[in-house]
Design a protein around this ligand. Structure first.
Ligand code: AGP
Length: 635
C-alpha cells in the first residue's frame, strides 16, 4: 500500500508555489499509506519558442523512515521554475513490498532513457518473467522493485513501434496489458508535453480537475483543497491528464466517461477515508489486504515466491518440526495456522508465546523450522525468541508486515504480509494477512514434501483467493453487529468459546474486546468449560460462541446448551442460513461459509466489529487504547 500523486498545470501561468512543494504537501496527507521512502519527479525544460525540445525529468528520492518527506523538502526547489518547467510532476510515498526500503527502490522509477518516470501502487504478479524478458531485450534495471518494470515496459512499447509515433497514452496502455496483478500508476513522460497518464486495476485512484490543474492521487486526502471536482477512475481504466482535460478509456482502448463524486469530508476525515478512526478503516481494508498478500505468491512453476530466502527447498523438505512464535494477535494467527500446517504437511507443529519460548529451554536442531510472526517486526520478545532459535541452529523464517524490520534482517527467510501500515493499536488487517501468508507457506511445504499434489494446492489457493469476497460479505453485516454491540455494551464480563480453529478466533475476539473496550473477556476452548470456568456462568452472563460449520459443530451446540441452561445469553457466530445454531442462541452474527481451515479470517470479522462498536458505545479511543503501544520493544 503506497500513496501516489500526479499534477499537471498550465505551463504559461505564473505560480507562487513551486510544484515540488505542492506534491510534497499532498504526499504528507498520504503518508498513512506508507512512509518508508518517498520521491518526486518533475518535468523541466520543454518546447522553446525556437521549437527545440529540451524537456527532461528531474527526480529526487529519500529513504529515511517517517522522515523522507522532510528530506525531500530540504532538497526540492523552493521557488517555481521558469515557464514550461514546473508544470507537471508525480510523487510517491512507499510502503515496501518488493525490495527493501532504500533510495534505489524509492519511486519514481525511470526507464533506460530517463524520459519516462513512473509511480506505482500495487503488485506486478508476473514481475519475474517480465524482468527476464526486459533484461534479455537490453533494459537495465536499477532497482529491486516490480514497479520499475512499468517504466521499462512503456519504453519497450515505444522501441517496438518505430513505424508509427505512438500517442502517449497508447504506449502505457499496451505496457499495462502485459502486466498481471494490481496497479495504480502515474506516468510522467517528456513526450507528453506536460501531460500525464494515469491508470488503475484493483488499486484505488481518484482524479480531480479545477483551478487550471488536473491531478490524480491514490486517495482523496491528497487532493482536498486543490480541486473542486473529483472523479473516480474505475477499475481497468486509463486516463490522459492535461491542465484542462481528463480523457479516459478502458485498457482495451474504448472511450469511457468519468463519473463525478461528491465529497463532503474535511482533510482529517479523508485521511481515514471517511471512517471516524483508523481501526474502522483498517478493519474494512482487510479484504484488499488479504488479496494483496495472496497476489503473485504462487508462481507459474508452482513455487511459493518467498520475499527473501536463504533456506533451500531441500532444507524445507528436511524439516522435522515447526515452531511458531509470536505475541498477542501474532500468536493467535500462529495458533490458527498450526491446524493447517499439521494437516497439510504432517509435520508436528508447536506454537509458543515468544516470551515463554525463550525461557523454556526448547529442543531445537538444524532440522527445526522456527517461524517468527510479528506485524511490526520489532517486538522484543519475538526478536529474542528467534535469536535463541538461531543460536540453536534452527532455520528461522519471519512473517512480518514491515519490510526490512529487525526480525526480517535476523531471519533466514522472509514472507511479507502486504497489509500496508496499520495505525490503530489493535491488529486487524495484519492478523488476517498473517493467517493467509502462513497458510501459503504451509501449502508450499506440503507440496515440497509430496503430501499435497500441485492440483490439490491449486484448489486450496482458489479457496484462499475467494476469501476477500467472503470477508466483504462479513463486513457488510456491520449494522447488525452494531445493534448487538449496543445490547452488550454495559456488560462487565464476557466469555468466548470455540473449538479447533474456532478457539484462536475466540482468543482473538476476546483480546480485541479487552484492549479497546476494556471489558473482561476470557476465551476458552469450549470443551474445557466444564473443567472449571463454567462455575462463572450465571444468569445474564454473555457467552460468544464460534459455531460455524465444521466437524465439531455438534459439540459446539452441546457447549452452547450447557451455558444456556445456566442462564447465559449466547451470541453465536454462525454461517448464513444455519437455523440449528440460531435456534440455540439469543443473537446470531452471520458470516458466509468456507472450509474450516480457512474460516478464521472470515469468522473473526464480526468479533472485531463487535469489540469496535462496544468500545465506541463505551466512549473509548479505539485507535489509542490506554496502557498499550503499537510496537512493544521492551521485554
Ligand atoms: C493486537 O491487537 C495487539 N495490539 C498486540 O497483541 C500485538 O499483536 C502484539 O504486541 C504483537 O505485535 P507484533 O505483531 O508487532 O509483534
Amino acid at each position: 500500500m503506497c500513496g501516489i500523486i500526479a499534477i499537471t498545470r498550465n505551463p504559461e501561468a505564473a505560480y507562487e508555489q513551486p510544484l515540488a512543494g505542492i506534491l510534497i504537501d499532498c504526499l504528507e496527507r498520504l503518508e498513512y499509506r506508507g512512509y518508508d521512502s518517498a520521491g518526486i519527479a518533475l518535468l523541466v525544460g520543454g518546447m522553446e519558442n525556437d521549437g527545440a525540445d529540451d524537456a527532461a525529468i528531474w527526480r529526487i528520492r529519500a529513504a529515511v523512515s517517517k522522515q523522507s518527506l522532510k528530506e525531500l523538502r530540504k532538497h526540492a526547489p523552493s521557488a517555481p521554475g521558469p515557464p514550461r518547467s514546473d508544470s507537471a510532476g508525480i510523487g510517491h510515498t512507499r510502503w515496501a513490498t518488493h525490495g527493501r526500503p532504500s533510495e534505489q527502490n524509492a519511486h519514481p522509477h525511470l526507464d533506460c532513457t530517463g524520459n519516462i518516470a513512473v509511480v506505482h501502487n500495487g503488485i506486478v504478479e508476473n514481475w519475474r518473467e517480465l524482468a527476464e524478458e526486459l533484461s534479455r531485450s537490453g533494459h537495465e534495471l536499477a532497482s529491486e522493485t516490480d514497479s520499475e518494470l512499468i517504466a521499462h515496459l512503456i519504453e519497450d512499447e515505444l522501441r517496438m513501434d518505430t513505424s508509427t509515433q505512438l500517442h502517449g497514452i497508447e504506449a502505457t496502455r499496451r505496457a499495462l496489458q502485459r502486466i498481471t496483478g494490481s496497479f495504480a500508476i502515474a506516468v510522467l513522460d517528456t513526450r507528453l508535453d506536460g501531460g500525464l497518464v494515469v491508470a488503475r486495476r484493483l488499486s484505488p485512484l481518484v482524479v480531480g480537475m479545477g483551478g487550471g490543474m488536473c491531478m490524480a492521487a491514490s486517495d482523496l486526502p491528497a487532493l482536498l483543497g486543490l480541486s473542486g471536482n473529483y472523479y473516480v477512475l474505475e477499475d481497468g481504466e486509463i486516463a490522459e491528464l492535461t491542465p484542462e482535460s481528463i480523457t479516459a478509456q478502458d485498457l482495451d482502448g474504448h472511450a469511457r466517461t468519468l463519473h463525478p463524486i461528491h465529497v463532503s469530508w474535511d482533510i482529517e476525515a479523508a485521511q481515514k477515508s471517511g471512517y471516524d478512526d483508523f481501526m474502522g478503516k483498517e478493519l474494512h481494508e482487510q479484504p484488499a489486504a488479504v488479496m494483496d498478500t495472496l497476489l503473485g505468491r504462487f508462481v507459474s512453476d508452482g513455487k511459493l515466491a518467498l520475499d527473501e530466502t536463504r533456506i533451500t527447498d531441500d532444507e524445507l523438505r528436511e524439516v522435522d518440526k515447526v515452531f511458531i512464535v509470536g505475541c498477542g494477535s501474532s500468536f493467535h494467527s500462529g495458533l490458527v495456522v498450526k491446524h493447517a500446517l499439521e494437516h497439510w504437511t504432517r509435520i508436528p507443529t508447536e506454537i509458543d508465546i515468544s516470551s515463554e519460548f525463550r525461557y523454556r529451554d526448547p529442543i531445537l536442531s538444524s532440522s527445526s523450522l522456527v517461524i517468527g510472526v510479528s506485524q511490526s517486526g520489532e517486538t522484543m520478545d519475538t526478536l529474542q525468541a528467534i535469536h535463541l532459535a538461531r543460536q540453536l541452529n534452527a532455520k528461522v523464517l519471519a512473517v512480518s508486515n514491515v519490510v526490512d524490520s529487525s526480525i526480517t534482517r535476523q531471519s533466514d527467510g522472509v514472507l511479507y504480509t502486504r497489509a500496508g501500515p496499520e495505525i490503530g493499536v489493535a491488529a486487524t488487517k495484519t492478523f488476517s494477512t498473517q493467517i493467509v501468508a502462513l497458510q501459503m507457506l504451509a501449502l508450499y511445504i506440503a507440496q515440497l514434501r509430496g503430501i499435497l499434489y500441485n492440483d490439490e494446492t491449486s484448489l486450496i489457493m482458489d479457496q484462499l483467493r475467494d476469501l476477500p469476497r467472503l470477508m466483504r460479505h462479513a463486513l457488510d453485516r456491520d449494522e447488525a453487529v452494531k445493534s448487538v454491540a449496543e445490547d452488550i455494551a454495559g456488560q462487565r464480563d464476557l466469555f468466548y468459546i470455540g473449538r479447533n480453529t474456532g478457539y484462536p478466533v475466540a482468543l482473538e475476539g476476546a483480546l480485541k474486546m479487552k484492549e479497546i473496550a476494556y471489558l473482561r473477556a476470557e476465551a476458552y476452548p469450549a470443551g474445557e468449560l466444564k473443567h472449571g470456568p463454567i462455575a462463572l456462568i450465571e444468569p445474564g452472563t454473555v457467552v460468544l460462541a464460534i459455531a460455524t460449520k465444521g466437524r465439531l459443530q455438534k459439540k459446539m451446540h452441546a457447549n452452547i446448551s450447557e451455558v444456556k441452561s445456566r442462564g447465559a445469553k449466547v451470541i453465536a457466530v454462525a454461517n448464513d442460513g444455519d437455523t440449528s445454531t440460531a435456534a440455540l442462541a439469543d443473537h446470531v452474527l452471520y458470516v458466509p461459509e468456507t472450509v474450516s481451515l480457512l474460516a478464521p479470517v472470515v469468522d473473526v470479522i464480526p468479533l472485531q466489529l463487535l469489540a469496535y462498536h462496544v468500545a465506541r458505545f463505551r466512549g473509548c479511543d479505539v485507535d489509542r487504547p490506554r496502557n498499550l503501544a503499537k510496537t512493544v520493544t521492551v521485554e
